[in-house]
Design a protein around this ligand. Structure first.
Ligand code: SF4
Length: 236
């Protein structure tokens, strides 16, 4: 499957802390997180036109003075084997690259790291790393996907590339114990971000729009408890 870009935020100040990026969205995902906000891109990829790469390149090159790089998001970018050659092309133009991933393609991730094609990785950890919890939070049935997530965590934590792990915290899926379990698993990680679930947007499972999110205070409480294992943990 060849990489396609279906959506682009031309200038983003919030997708990579301290950097100005263009955020690119690929379609399709091998997860089905019930709280996914990008569900149209996942479920109906063919409803969106491809944005021509020449157009993206032109945009980036014309603004090279103030755009630091790209944030590759989606969907799941690592579903596309030609991500590596696309990243090489972007790097050759002198831009930085941030990758958002669900961690299910450690093989490709390893290559991207080996060839120094990523400058920052944001990897989602959907739940504590036992299959029952992960299958609910990521909507998966195949245990191998969870094994790949674990391999990606190990790879990232042992790499020299800057990174963060992040979890979208949803009341029906996550308890305090669950979050602490994740924190123990990635104990010593460089950075762990807890994001609050926002039911205001469309969700892959429509019933999730009725879930009342945790209060900010509650998430802050989680953050304080997680700090015992990962001092650089915060709420975003
Ligand atoms: S939230 Fe889940 S389903 Fe949606 S793009 Fe991310 S990993 Fe895929």
């Amino acid at each position: 499957m060849k990489i396609a870009i279906k959506k682009m935020i031309e200038t983003s100040l919030i997708d990579w802390e301290g950097k100005i990026v263009s955020t690119l969205y690929v379609p399709r995902c091998n997860f089905r997180c019930p709280f996914c906000y990008n569900c149209d891109l996942i479920l109906y990829p063919d409803h969106f036109k491809n944005i021509p790469f020449e157009e993206i390149n032109r945009f980036l090159l014309e603004r090279k003075e103030f755009i630091d790089g790209i944030c590759m998001s989606g969907g799941e970018p690592t579903l596309y084997a030609d991500l590596l050659s696309y990243f090489k092309e972007i790097k050759n133009k002198g831009f930085l690259i941030k990758l958002d991933t669900n961690g299910t393609n450690p093989k490709l991730l390893e290559d991207l790291l080996k060839y120094r094609l990523i400058d920052y990785i944001a990897m989602d950890i959907k739940s504590s790393l036992d299959f029952d919890c992960y299958s609910k939070a990521a909507g998966i049935k195949d245990k191998i996907l969870l094994e790949r997530v674990k391999d990606s965590i190990t790879l990232i934590m042992n790499s020299e590339t800057d990174y963060e792990f992040r979890t979208t915290v949803v009341p029906l899926l996550h308890t305090e114990e669950n979050i602490i379990e994740i924190a123990k698993y990635i104990s010593g990680a460089k950075k762990y971000v807890l994001q609050n679930f926002s039911p205001l947007e469309r969700t892959l499972n429509p019933s999730f729009q009725k879930i009342k999110p945790y209060s900010v205070e509650k998430i802050q409480e989680f953050v304080e408890k997680v700090k015992r294992y990962i001092p650089n943990c915060y709420y975003r």
